[in-house]
Design a protein around this ligand. Structure first.
Ligand code: NAI
Length: 329
């Protein structure tokens, strides 16, 4: 079976090639192009395509893939908000993903962002490099005995809840389902109560119609003054213009974003020599209390290996007609 692997980076090739020996029936061709309606034609003659969060797996793309004989879309990520699952079902294209490959990888980045924003580590690093040993503008707060609010207490949210408990924080959660694994130390509350009570709010729910722009000026106004907000889930959970308004109102002690609405053109490109004319990212980065990373939550050795193994196993399961929890369509 042949996979056309879109938007392949060197680290993808390394991690997939390192496990390929255990999957002798599978061949992979890596290409730099991103999957979308125009590039889907390249998949002619391949059984499956492999794509990531920045791919456009909308109806037009799926229609071309179907015409070219592709039977399976392998998402090498947990989220699948960029896939038109209804269209895939209608066309009979199997779509599989990799849920929960390493929840700790993302949760550890979430707490890193919270700490970096709180203690202004990005400023401290640059100051010391320039022989500025003053403490000017670096004061943060203790997390110990503060309240962490986890929005979405699935696999990653649960890992974040455990980390926050380790910091000696009180942990409250909001989810449409309560996670029984957390019942000993997480108090479930309404979203409004979480917004009002939390000193640190970390977003870990998927992007759905019901969660789109859940952080907007109305919900921001319900938050405590001096709150730390972290988003490692999906950019569109937060309405960026409203976040900027909230930052300008002085609502936040710190904001840490691994994902943001405008990221699609950026992930994972070097645009350092471009003039980014209408960049909201640049506006965000102009604030002293904001740290932005480029969708690197998944990027640990352990996570990459688990993603590669599960993605290739997903193709074998698709071939064998095996239904698994990794099925999206
Ligand atoms: P999960 O499916 O284990 O947990 C998601 C939780 O959100 C579930 O408990 C679900 O009930 C809850 N949820 C659903 N609708 C909700 C709503 N309206 N309000 C509140 N909670 C709601 O997913 P997992 O593995 O924890 O991943 C969470 C998200 O993290 C993914 O959807 C993905 O977007 C993002 N992610 C980001 C990565 C990165 O590199 N930054 C890497 C991997 C995932």
């Amino acid at each position: 079976m042949k996979i056309l692997f879109y938007c392949a980076k060197t680290y993808d090739q390394k991690s997939f090639n390192s496990v390929l020996g255990s999957f002798p029936d599978i061949e992979i061709e890596y290409i730099e192009e991103e999957l979308g309606p125009r590039t889907a034609v390249m998949a002619e003659g391949f059984d499956a395509v492999c794509a990531f969060v920045s791919a456009d797996v909308s109806s037009p793309t799926l229609t071309v893939l179907k015409e070219k004989g592709v039977k399976c879309v392998l998402m090498r990520c947990a989220g699948f908000n960029n896939v038109d699952t209804d269209k895939a079902k209608e066309l009979g294209i199997i779509v599989k993903r990799v849920p929960g490959y390493s929840p700790e990888a993302v949760a550890e980045l979430a707490i890193a962002l919270a700490l970096a924003a709180n203690r202004r580590l990005y400023k401290a690093y640059n100051k010391v490099r320039e022989n500025d040993f003053s403490l000017r503008n670096l004061r943060g707060v203790n997390l110990y005995q503060k309240t962490a609010g986890i929005v979405g207490t699935g696999k990653i949210g649960a890992a974040m809840a455990r980390i926050c408990r380790g910091f000696g924080m009180k942990v409250i959660g909001y989810d449409v389902y309560e996670n029984p694994d957390l019942k000993d130390f997480v108090e479930y509350v309404s979203l409004d109560a979480l917004l009002e009570r939390s000193d640190l709010i970390s977003l870990h729910c998927p992007l759905l119609d019901s969660t789109y722009h859940m952080i907007n000026i109305d919900t921001i106004k319900k938050m405590k003054d001096g709150v730390i907000l972290v988003n490692t889930s999906r950019g569109a959970l937060v309405k960026t213009d409203d976040l900027i308004e909230g930052i300008r109102l002085g609502k936040f002690l710190g904001v840490g974003l691994d994902v943001y609405e405008e990221e699609t053109g950026n992930v994972f490109n070097d645009r350092s020599d471009e003039i980014m004319e209408h960049s909201v990212t640049a506006r965000l980065l102009s604030f002293p209390n904001v740290i932005v990373t480029s969708h690197q939550g998944f990027y640990t050795m352990e996570a990459l290996e688990a993603i590669a193994e599960t993605t290739l196993q997903n193709l074998l399961d698709a071939r064998d007609g095996k239904k698994t929890p990794n099925d999206v369509a």
